[in-house]
Design a protein around this ligand. Structure first.
Ligand SMILES: [Ca+2]
Ligand SMILES: [Ca+2]
Ligand SMILES: [Ca+2]
Ligand SMILES: [Ca+2]
Length: 485
């Protein structure tokens, strides 16, 4: 994980702590116990991370717009349909992809960088003609995956396994000299002296016929992550074959609402081997979370494919992820006691394209309400979140004493999980971070602590980050590197 080290903590900085003392003429201040806890927390924060620069702010989110395609009903995920014999209507050949196409990926889709801006969400419908699907590039990805196709109404079909029948040629190799990448093996995104070292790729190409014209066609990656101590997804896959209940794969649909994992690359170079007069759509896939979309690149081509006019419905929004401390203890900085994503500036976007020319024929944008998604509750006290004008209470969804989705007791964290349902939020101001949490301490209502978004230079009990940043495991403090230059 890379987290931009934007946080500056000057080691010589003036103490920026605000010990919120009671005013002089108050003899009894009922806030004193809470203020003492906050002061103790602030002192411990400084002890761990160093003094806080007075100009230090705590909102590290970049407000990047996220796009995704709403799923078109449940039919799109029809699984296991036996009514259509995919294999009997598929033929395999191979295609050679030239160096400039590969080099374009290597250069413009750098591994580990967020390349989502290089493409857009898409969906396809089955054209009235044969079409071909071919993987053309495998970037840097240690997970193991299979590329599947799902055709609305008739079922799904595995197109390809990572590395299968996929070979490359290097400078100096003979014309017929191909090196197999090997099933499950890592990709091409390696270099020699900073240059892309492969001259060409020979990849399998699968041509499909007789699919039901006009039906929605989506793709997904079935991903085996490295688990149970394995370094490679391939090992996790092997283990899963032997122990079907372990290292189960995850599925990432091209049409998934919350996880845009495939984008149609708008600038990618068309391989010379695609016959003249054919349309081609080049698709970048993400197998994990870094959004480099170069883990697998495949193309779909035909004459035409997809149908000449298509409608894309997508949603766009921005997200702030809030990491919160509930002050259950004052010397633990895991910032996972509450983790909540607030999606704001949400819009439904409907775009009609002429697919042959790529021309946009029309676009409608409609506003959608803000919404929030609780991702983790790593504390043992009840709390009420206030986001804008909306409240959400843990005990209405979960036993408050239970730490959820923060890895307590060795349970794996699911970074896509949602507690309850996403809920609508009104009155949220992203610039002002109008979010707070009221925590009910063990002594009951008299011990309610309200935690607001930290002011500049204050010890933070809430941080705002991008949704690509994963929260910490239980009782694992955010590393010092986050808070030091
Ligand atoms: Ca990658
Ligand atoms: Ca990736
Ligand atoms: Ca904590
Ligand atoms: Ca915690």
């Amino acid at each position: 994980m890379s987290f931009k080290k934007l946080i500056y903590v000057g080691s010589m900085a003036i103490m920026g702590l605000t010990f919120t003392a009671c005013s002089h003429d108050d003899f009894i201040d009922e806030n004193a116990p809470v203020n003492n806890v906050k002061a103790e927390y602030a002192a411990n924060f400084v002890k761990k991370y160093g003094a806080i620069a007075p100009n230090q702010t705590w909102d590290f989110s970049t407000s990047e717009t996220i796009y995704h395609i709403p799923s078109h009903g449940s039919a799109i995920r029809t699984r296991g349909g036996e009514s259509f014999n995919f294999a009997a209507n598929t033929s395999e050949s191979s295609i050679i992809v030239e160096k400039s196409v590969l080099e374009w990926m290597y250069t413009n889709m750098p591994k580990g960088k967020n390349n989502q801006g290089m493409g857009k969400a898409f969906y396809m419908t089955v054209p009235n003609n044969p079409f071909t699907i071919a993987p053309i590039y495998q970037g840097c990805a240690s997970y193991y995956w299979e590329l599947w196709m799902c055709v609305d109404g008739i079922g799904e079909y595995k197109i390809w396994s990572k590395g299968e029948n996929f070979s490359y040629q290097d400078l100096g190799d003979g014309a017929d000299d191909w090196t197999e990448l090997g099933v499950g093996q890592d990709g091409l995104a390696k270099d020699k002296n900073g240059k892309f070292s492969h001259e060409a790729v020979k990849a399998p190409a699968y041509t499909f016929t007789n699919l039901p014209v006009g039906n929605t066609m989506s793709f997904y990656l079935k991903v085996w992550k490295n688990g149970n101590g394995y370094e490679l997804g391939w090992d996790a896959y092997q283990d899963n074959l032997i122990h079907p209940n372990q290292n189960k794969p995850l599925t990432y649909f091209s049409t998934d609402i919350d996880n845009c994992r495939m984008i149609s690359l708008t600038q990618a170079q068309r391989p010379a081997a695609v016959p003249e007069g054919y349309d081609v759509t080049i698709i970048g896939c993400e197998d994990g979370t870094d959004k480099d979309f170069e883990d697998l690149v495949f193309m779909v081509y035909g004459k035409p494919v997809p149908p000449t006019e298509r409608v894309e419905e997508s949603e766009k929004y921005k997200v702030k992820r809030y990491f919160m401390e509930d002050l259950g203890t004052t010397d633990d900085f895991d910032f996972n006691d509450v983790v909540v994503d607030v999606q704001y500036d949400r819009k439904k976007v409907t775009i009609k394209y002429d697919n042959t020319t790529g021309e946009e024929l029309g676009r409608i944008e409609e506003s959608l309400p803000d919404q929030a998604i609780v991702r983790a509750t790593g504390g043992t006290m009840d709390f009420t979140l206030t986001i804008g004008n909306t409240t959400w209470t843990k005990s209405e969804h979960k036993n408050p004493a239970e730490m959820w989705n923060t890895g307590w007791g060795g349970v794996a964290i699911n970074y896509d999980a949602v507690l309850g349902e996403p809920f609508e939020v009104t009155g949220f101001n992203a610039d002002l971070n109008t979010i707070s949490v009221s925590v009910v301490g063990n002594e009951g209502p008299s011990s309610v602590k309200t935690i607001t978004f930290p002011k500049t230079g204050e010890a933070p009990m809430i941080l705002a980050v991008d949704p690509s940043i994963n929260w910490m495991k239980e009782r694992q403090s955010i590393p010092n590197t986050w808070f030091t230059e």
